[in-house]
Design a protein around this ligand. Structure first.
Ligand SMILES: [Fe+2]
Length: 386
């Protein structure tokens, strides 16, 4: 790929370390926050992760209110409700704790608060008029990477479709990344979110928006995730958690400043329609879409294979590229990702509409290989019958 120009404004300060949850209060104070809206779902609150954050806020005399109306695949109506809650409590900053749902909800709430309108008003390619209130993002999965991206994916409940708000003005000011939070994560969540992070890195590296800087983040992330995902899912060692969290944040930088591609386009269509977990939606179509894409970027997929630990010595570039498909399949099988057919709700009769929704996704033009509605339709059928 001939690329001589790119821009790389890293908008989020990353603070990474074990026990860093307790830095939330000091970080909020540094940002000038006097009353924070702490955004987390009920499950995260119940497992105690928010406690040390609350304590650190109290220790720094930062007032706060908790908002827990967060659902997976966040919807526009919940973001509007969140913005109303924020106005009522006159907050001047946000701390989002959780997976992508909490962080994306916070970005969307922030958008509505300082820009007015509704989610559709600010869906890409629209650009925000004003920065959102200062946001501290605390990821609890390794994962979404949303702590370092300036993208929020929100479901439009009228169109049953996901919309993206994409603007540097929604980037978190601080990503507070504490690998210890992974210790209590259910096995299923660890595996699905871990594969999501891997897909972020692979798509960031292979898509048309890739730059040398995002490539470096992506390949390092693939190294870390490929080598640690199994141990993190089944043994949850400190080292594997550290590496998965770092890999996920680095993959977040990679795709946040590059893009995702066809796998995510289908995954977001599936999630928008059926509410299937995002990481699983990605994993279910990963190998099928990768096989389709390889002819357009064989060198890059061969590199992915090597970074997933495949010994490609003696292979042609093509053989090496296709070997990454087996490496991906083996990861998905080892961490017990379900198949598309395991979801009763997924109906092949919907595939034409899903193909059209996938095609409309703003990341479609960045897929490494040109991809049509018909291609998406064929890939959905192929993945369903795999
Ligand atoms: Fe993702």
């Amino acid at each position: 790929m001939a690329l001589s120009k790119f821009s790389f404004p890293l908008a989020t300060r990353i603070e990474f370390g074990e026990g860093y949850l307790t830095h939330a209060g000091a970080e909020a104070k540094k940002l000038g926050i006097k009353k924070a809206m702490v955004i987390a779902d009920k499950g995260i609150i119940a497992c105690g992760i928010v406690k040390p954050i609350e304590e650190s806020l109290r220790a720094e005399h930062v007032d706060y209110v908790i908002y827990d109306q967060i659902l997976p695949n966040p919807r526009d109506i919940h973001c509007i409700a969140g913005a109303e809650f924020a106005k009522e409590h006159q907050i001047d900053g946000m701390i989002a704790i959780g997976g992508g749902s909490s962080m994306d909800t916070a970005k969307a709430v922030g958008t509505l608060l300082t820009n007015g309108g509704n989610i559709r008003t600010w869906a890409a390619p629209a650009q925000l008029e004003h920065e959102i209130l200062p946001l501290i993002a605390v990821p609890t999965t390794a994962g979404t990477g949303s702590e370092v991206t300036f993208d929020a994916v929100i479901t439009d409940t009228e169109a049953h479709e996901k919309l993206n708000i994409l603007d540097l003005k929604i980037a978190p000011k601080v990503a507070l990344v504490d690998p210890n939070v992974l210790q209590g994560l259910p096995e299923k969540v660890m595996s699905a979110t871990g594969v999501d992070a891997l897909v972020h890195a692979v798509e960031a590296y292979t898509c048309k928006a890739a730059s040398p800087i995002t490539d470096a983040f992506a390949l390092y992330a693939i190294d870390l995730i490929g080598a640690n995902i199994r141990e993190a899912v089944y043994k949850r060692t400190k080292e594997s958690c550290r590496n998965m969290m770092l890999g996920s944040t680095m993959a977040g930088v990679a795709f946040g400043y590059s893009d995702v591609a066809g796998v995510h386009c289908i995954a977001e269509a599936l999630g928008g329609r059926y509410d299937t977990p995002h990481g699983v939606s990605n994993a279910m179509v990963l190998s099928t879409v990768t096989e389709f894409n390889i002819p357009a970027a064989a060198e890059k997929y061969a590199e992915v294979a090597r970074h997933l630990g495949v010994n490609t010595a003696g292979m042609t570039t093509e053989e090496a590229a296709y070997s990454c498909v087996d490496a991906m399949k083996s990861i998905c099988a080892d961490v017990k990702i379900p198949k598309m057919r395991d979801f009763d709700v997924i109906n092949p009769k919907d595939f034409q509409e899903l193909a059209e929704a996938s095609f409309r996704n703003m990341s479609t033009p960045n897929n490494p290989r040109e991809i049509t509605v018909q291609d998406y339709f064929d890939l959905l059928n192929k993945a369903y019958n795999a």
